[in-house]
Design a protein. Structure first.
Length: 91
């Protein structure tokens, strides 16, 4: 979803990404989930930074230009560690 070939607008990509993240959250909701959520959040953040860096033609990985507060805040990417998702949550 966060590949070089992705040409859809950023808002559409974030909407679809959040849908997938909610599915993962429901799948991992049984048992000890915080380690899994932390790993997923880290992976999503790294991939989103690379995606944004390519879109904005930033020569680095984009971590400094796109902090976590921007990715999970202003862009609205779902952070599983802080989300309280139930089995019936909808987008």
């Amino acid at each position: 979803m966060l590949t070089r070939r992705e040409t859809r607008p950023r808002d559409e990509v974030v909407t679809d990404l959040n849908r997938v993240l909610r599915g993962w959250a429901n799948y991992f909701s049984h048992g000890t989930r915080m380690p899994a959520f932390k790993a997923i959040d880290h992976h999503v953040y790294e991939r989103m930074c690379r995606f944004l860096a390519r879109r904005h033609k930033v020569q680095t990985r984009g971590v400094r230009q796109f902090p976590a507060s921007f990715v999970f805040g202003a862009l609205g990417v779902l952070r599983l560690q802080s989300a309280h998702l139930g089995a019936r949550s909808t987008a």
